[in-house]
Design a protein around this ligand. Structure first.
Ligand code: HEC
Length: 228
């Protein structure tokens, strides 16, 4: 009986020592891992090769067509634009200043007039950015009948109402920057230059709905009249 007790006590002491005996002591050997620690995990370190991707490189290129926020878009029509340096925002792209170009305000009032030269390039850029950001709600022609209107978004502004035809350019610019009631802000998504391009394009859309024969150059009018 006492023999069994001594053997049992001896074994228990060995187990207890094995588990607890060296706690608190400093060791230079690597710790025993019962389960693999999270220090070791399958991951790709930056600038290291990887078999996972077909090109063998662990680092990925940006998805084609995406642009990091706040950078100029390579080959973007504005890269060579004639926007004078003094009205470019110092950060180049997003609102950074209190002048008309950056805010749409002249003093405390909405200003009007485009602070960038109006060109075919500006309008086609405006069309592009408008179709990306605005047409889903405002519709391709700006009548407020974009696809979201079919899914229950109410009271989307129709640019062809007098109210919007008369709205100052600066106020439209500010609506893009800060949003308006249920419309969210685009100031963190659409660059200052692109906002003005959109304003120019909205003006073109507005004119398109109220065009008269007087808007057609005189030498092209007979051809149009003939089509009637
Ligand atoms: C998700 C839908 C949606 C998108 C996208 C959208 N808008 Fe709007 N927008 C609205 C709605 C809704 C209103 C009406 C807000 C109100 O006055 O209640 C509005 C109002 C406006 C107004 C009139 C503001 C005023 O003062 O009455 C302008 C100008 C405008 N939008 C321009 C734009 C431009 C430019 C873009 C693209 C950069 C854009 N919107 C993108 C939904 C949208």
């Amino acid at each position: 009986m006492i023999k069994n007790f001594l053997i049992g006590f001896g074994l228990l002491s060995v187990v207890a020592f094995a588990l607890l005996g060296t706690r608190g002591e400093k060791r230079t050997a690597p710790p025993i891992e019962f389960f693999s620690d999270m220090k070791r995990q399958s991951k790709i370190k930056y600038q290291k090769p990887s078999d996972f991707f077909a090109d063998g490189s662990g680092s990925r290129q940006p998805v084609p067509g995406t642009v990091p926020l706040g950078y100029d878009i390579p080959g973007h029509p504005f890269q060579n634009s004639e926007v004078p340096d003094d009205i470019r925002s110092p950060l180049g792209e997003f609102t950074a200043g209190t002048d008309y170009y950056n805010t749409g305000k002249m003093g405390t009032n909405w200003g009007t007039g485009l602070p960038v030269p109006v060109s075919a390039d500006l309008l086609s850029r405006g069309q592009e950015v408008f179709q990306i950001n605005c047409a889903v709600c405002h519709g391709a022609t700006g009548s407020g009948n974009g696809i979201t209107s079919k899914y229950g978004l109410l009271s989307i502004a129709n640019y062809h109402q007098d109210k919007y035809r008369q709205m100052a350019d600066g106020e439209i610019f500010d609506t893009i920057t800060h949003g308006h009631n249920t419309m969210m802000a685009y100031g963190d998504k659409v660059t200052v230059k692109d906002r003005w391009a959109i304003v120019a394009y909205i003006r073109a859309l507005q004119r398109s709905q109220y065009a008269t024969i007087k808007d057609v150059p005189e030498n092209q009018r007979p051809a149009l009249e003939a089509q009637k």
